[in-house]
Design a protein around this ligand. Structure first.
Ligand code: AMP
Length: 515
């Protein structure tokens, strides 16, 4: 089993179909893309001496070369280590050294930083910028005739966790894991067709890049925005231009896209599917998104350790507003994907009754092989074949999973558990609130106090008392924030996730250790 077969098959079947675009401009058809990948694979093996199983780093902003590098490495039997391009060069070096990467591909924006800090303890032999002649020369010469034979459990993608506590860990994602993800995408997320297009508006080192694979499998198009990142107006323009566009985005990015569509008086024409996930989507926000843009949304829940493949909330469920459980369902992350099993258990791994909140466990062919060179962390996360996700959630009788906050975000005030998300959902009902995040701060009397960071909509003046009235109308009194901090915007990481750790630090609160 080798993921490169997906590209080889599409190139045979759809050789002249358009494959890769930069903005509006077509760069390669499928035959060319496959030839470039096979040629690159040969050069990595013959000229750089890489052997099957060796790792290759990608420290790249979104760029049309990403796809051919991923597939070129797989074609040659190598594993890829895509690194968040917004990381500091030293962090990237840690990952390159830890993974034992022999070679790294970079884009011009972050390459020089990496080159300026040559690592001492790393196996890195070359850093190749994709805009330089050294890269172009790898694409001329002989091509490997067939993808290297790989076992389903062989490493395909080493994914480093964002590491909010301690050093990032390398999640070992195998060929079988990603093949399962591809099939689940087609079964549970979107029935992709050759005329569809993946638009890379989020980092290709993460979910957006992973979700390029199903589009390779069906011979669809791949569009890298000229800006290299997320620009809401550009996304709407490219969607109108290309049509049948599918994209993955974190909820905070979806919100910005919806704002832009509304401001332009558009409904997102040309966007077929917007898959959101990676963080909580609030009910107010998805309802507004559906109002403004219609039936274009699907939610997924996954984590690096089970990439994109734990649950999905389908387009049909999101549109089924007449269903008696609709309100609960759109606040959920949907049902287990086709190849995933999901349970909710207590700390010892015993099943909890339906409706009770516990840790979410998953099992299936999408679950990682373990953490790279970290057997201890692996045995904590994988027990009896089940992945302990660290996420808290509850299941209903129909299989819908609702996530609660991660246990480290739970606030315990006066002995009562308060889930920040519930308070955040209540505050978002106030029309003047653009964004909100709720955290706990230490309190000698109560243990913790609830504090809400609120970003008002531009031009709106908000007072603590009116927000308190909104809370009183929707949630129990003891859950109300004791304090409001008004901010212009919430701090977020490169994937659009709100950084609660930073908010707690702003309060001067010690971050509670992870359980
Ligand atoms: P990462 O491994 O960086 O992709 O982060 C995965 C984590 O993001 C999960 O363990 C969840 O805590 C969170 N997450 C992912 N998808 C969702 C979702 N649809 N809703 C809420 N949280 C999510």
């Amino acid at each position: 089993m080798n993921l490169a077969h997906l590209l080889q098959r599409s190139a045979r079947t759809f050789g002249h179909r358009p494959a890769v675009f930069l903005g509006e401009r077509l760069l390669h058809d499928y035959a060319t893309l496959a030839d470039r990948a096979a040629t690159l694979g040969q050069a990595l093996r013959a000229r750089h001496g890489l052997q099957p199983g060796d790792r290759v780093g990608l420290f790249m902003s979104n760029h049309p070369a990403v796809l051919e590098i991923l597939f070129g490495c797989w074609w040659a039997g190598l594993a890829v280590v895509p690194i968040n391009p917004k990381l500091h060069a030293q962090e990237a070096h840690y990952i390159l050294a830890h993974s034992g990467a022999a070679l790294a591909f970079v884009t011009d924006d972050n390459g020089p930083g990496l080159a300026a800090r040559p690592p001492q303890d790393s196996a890195l032999r070359a850093i190749i910028s994709v805009t330089q002649d050294a890269y172009a020369s790898l694409l001329s010469g002989q091509a490997l005739s067939a993808p290297e034979s790989r076992g389903p459990d062989d490493l395909a993608w080493l994914f480093y966790t964002s590491g909010t506590t301690g050093r990032p860990k390398g999640v070992m994602i195998t060929h079988r894991n990603l093949m399962t993800m591809v099939l689940c995408y087609l079964a549970d997320v979107d029935a992709a067709r050759p005329q569809d297009a993946a638009l890379y508006a989020a980092p290709m080192s993460h979910g957006a890049g992973l979700y390029g694979l199903p589009l390779v499998a069906v011979g669809g198009r791949h569009i890298v925005p000229a800006s290299g990142g997320f620009d809401a107006a550009e996304v709407l323009h490219l969607a109108r231009h290309h049509g049948n566009v599918c994209m993955f985005a974190a909820p905070t990015i979806v919100k910005r896209l919806v704002d832009q569509a509304e401001a332009q008086g558009e409904d997102g024409t040309g966007l077929k599917t917007i898959v959101y996930g990676g963080g909580p989507m609030y009910v107010e926000d998805i309802q507004r998104a559906l109002r403004v843009m219609g039936p274009r949304f699907v939610q997924i829940y996954g984590q690096g350790e089970a990439p994109m493949t734990i649950t999905a909330l389908s387009r049909a469920h999101l549109m089924d507003s007449a269903h008696p459980q609709y309100a609960e369902r759109i606040g959920s992350v949907g049902v287990a994907q086709t190849a995933a099993l999901v349970r909710v258990t207590d700390a010892e791994g015993r099943d909890l009754p339906l409706g009770e909140v516990g840790e979410v466990l998953t099992r299936g062919d999408a679950v990682m092989a373990g953490y790279w060179r970290d057997p201890e962390a692996t045995s904590r996360a994988l027990r009896d074949g089940w992945l302990f996700t660290g996420d808290m959630g509850q299941l209903d009788a129909h299989g819908f999973l609702t996530l609660r906050d991660r246990s480290k975000d739970l606030i315990i005030s006066g002995g009562s558990n308060i889930y920040p998300r519930e308070v955040e959902e209540a505050l978002l009902r106030h029309p003047g609130v653009a964004e909100v995040s709720v955290v706990g701060e230490p309190d000698p009397e109560w243990g913790e106090n609830v504090v809400a960071f609120v970003a008002p909509r531009p031009g709106t003046a908000l007072s603590a008392s009116e927000l308190d009235a909104t809370c009183q109308a929707h949630i129990a009194r003891f859950k109300r924030p004791k304090r409001y901090v008004f901010v212009e915007a919430l701090p977020k990481n490169h994937y659009g996730k709100v950084l609660k750790t930073e908010l707690r630090e702003r309060l001067g609160a010690a971050v509670r250790p992870q359980p």
